[in-house]
Design a protein around this ligand. Structure first.
Ligand code: 13P
Length: 233
């Protein structure tokens, strides 16, 4: 099982250090066998000594150069990071990232052999039109993405379920994942308001290979609770 926490714009350098230490200890004491990934904010990235895999939330597809406010491969390499989130809905919809830029990022970090968490998912108006419309929307997000790339992990995160406190239903997740798994054979995570109270029923869905968690990963107690629950599945 893959359990990933996206800290987004939360936590400081100091609190991330504490978070990772507590998490690492918890995983050791409880013999957690999941693959655990944490995506801290840029300023908190460090050479952590931990079993937790630390990834980057975003980067520009460049070695270095003039891209004010962005970081490139050389800034990531310094910390020996080889995992990145690409296509997150907040970058697509709030920061206006185009499919073209997302494809460029994908290809750049694929060349670098990164583990890529590629995020897909539809907005509410598309979900309201039914599953076919959802799949058509997602097909567009998959254009130019090499679905055979060996280090690819896909996260289905419906935009309407992110940060709303209301996850997609088990039925919606199951039917969407079933249909998506006909398109590719890569690990497929669900993300969108996963909480300690809902993670069991979500992880029990056969077609769910793990979860990508925002809000419920920000408090280490909640994230650890999720890991504890995942152990029983
Ligand atoms: P929430 O868990 O807060 O809905 O966020 C999900 C997410 O965006 C993970 O990348």
């Amino acid at each position: 099982m893959i359990i990933a926490g996206n800290l987004k714009t939360n936590h400081t350098r100091a609190s991330t250090k504490d978070y990772i230490e507590i998490l690492n200890k918890f995983m050791y004491v409880n013999s957690i066998k999941d693959k655990v990934y944490i995506f801290p904010p840029f300023t908190a990235i460090d050479n952590f000594i931990t079993n937790v895999k630390v990834g980057i939330q975003n980067a520009y597809p460049t070695e270095s150069g003039s891209f004010t406010g962005e970081i490139g491969f050389s800034q990531i390499e310094e910390f020996k990071i080889d995992t990145i989130l690409i296509g997150h809905s907040e970058r697509r919809h709030i920061l206006g990232e185009s499919n073209e830029l997302i494809q460029e990022k994908f290809n750049f970090f694929k060349e670098k052999n990164f583990i890529i968490f590629y995020c897909i998912g539809e907005p509410l108006e598309i979900r309201k039109q039914g599953l076919d419309a959802v799949l058509e929307y997602i097909d567009n997000q998959l254009i130019g993405i090499d679905l055979n790339y060996e280090n690819l992990i896909i996260a289905y995160e419906p935009v309407w379920a992110i940060g709303t406190g209301v996850s997609a239903s088990v039925k919606e997740i199951k039917e969407t994942h079933l249909a998506l798994k006909e398109k590719f054979s890569k690990p497929l995570l669900y993300g969108g308001s996963v909480k300690p109270s809902s993670v069991k029923e979500i992880l029990e869905i056969d077609e769910v290979d793990g979860v990508l968690i925002g809000t419920a990963s920000w408090k280490i107690e909640d994230f650890n609770k999720i890991l504890e629950i995942s152990k029983e599945i």
